[in-house]
Design a protein. Structure first.
Length: 218
């Protein structure tokens, strides 16, 4: 049987914050698991779910493309791996992207989430802010959303996509089967609700055999 292993793509961005809150979520769920840094193709094969953190989406995409990680992640997605992207991670997962100021842009992306995303939809760095948002699917009436040069979801391109949260008439969180994309940074809060939600998606995936002895810490 397999022990739960969650990867965090570690090319640039807030990697350590995702690692810390994922470990906290695992402990609160009484689960045995490991959170590992992913920097190479081989490491993708070692994990049952992948988190793509915030940061600079163009940099992450170009480095990932250079080292063959984009195609490897696409293959893992096709095999059923749950994937969760925050901020820059959402941008990289989207099928189509544009910029709020410059319009259509050309940068390496995964194209595995059926949405169109607008970069910098809430403004640049100086317009970053925090605000509570409602995510009813995870039973949160007031999740502390941290928006830093945040993108927004302009449109959904498939009826498989479920909108999980809206802020100021902008879509900021979506789910498509076992993929999650969010405009904000849940890893910069002390609230583990979203990471627990993602872990539950991993436990339901074909890549992890969920058994009492090896997964649950009891």
């Amino acid at each position: 049987m397999k022990q739960l292993r969650i990867g965090v793509l570690a090319l640039q961005g807030d990697v350590s914050e995702h690692i810390d809150i994922t470990y906290l979520a695992l402990r609160e769920m009484a689960l045995r698991g490991e959170v590992i840094i992913v920097k190479s193709e081989d490491q993708i094969d070692e994990v049952h779910g992948l988190i793509i953190p915030g940061g600079e989406s163009t940099t992450i995409g170009r480095v990932a493309e250079r080292y063959g990680l984009l195609s490897k992640i696409r293959d893992a997605h096709s095999a059923g791996m749950p994937i969760f992207g925050t901020c820059a991670g959402l941008i990289l997962m989207a099928k189509h992207i544009s910029d709020a100021r410059t319009g259509k842009i050309d940068q390496p992306i995964l194209g595995i989430l059926d949405v169109e995303v607008v970069r910098n939809a809430f403004g640049r760095q100086r317009e970053s802010f925090e605000s509570y948002i409602e995510i009813s699917k995870i039973n949160k009436n007031s999740f502390p959303g941290v928006f830093i040069r945040a993108p927004a979801i302009r449109s959904v391109l498939s009826n498989e996509v479920e909108v999980l949260a809206i802020y100021e008439d902008k879509m900021v969180a979506v789910q498509q089967n076992n993929r999650l994309g969010m405009s904000f940074h849940p890893e910069l809060t002390a609230d583990t609700s979203i990471h627990k939600f993602f872990i539950k998606l991993i436990l339901k995936s074909p890549l992890i055999e969920n058994d009492e002895e090896n997964v649950y810490g009891r």
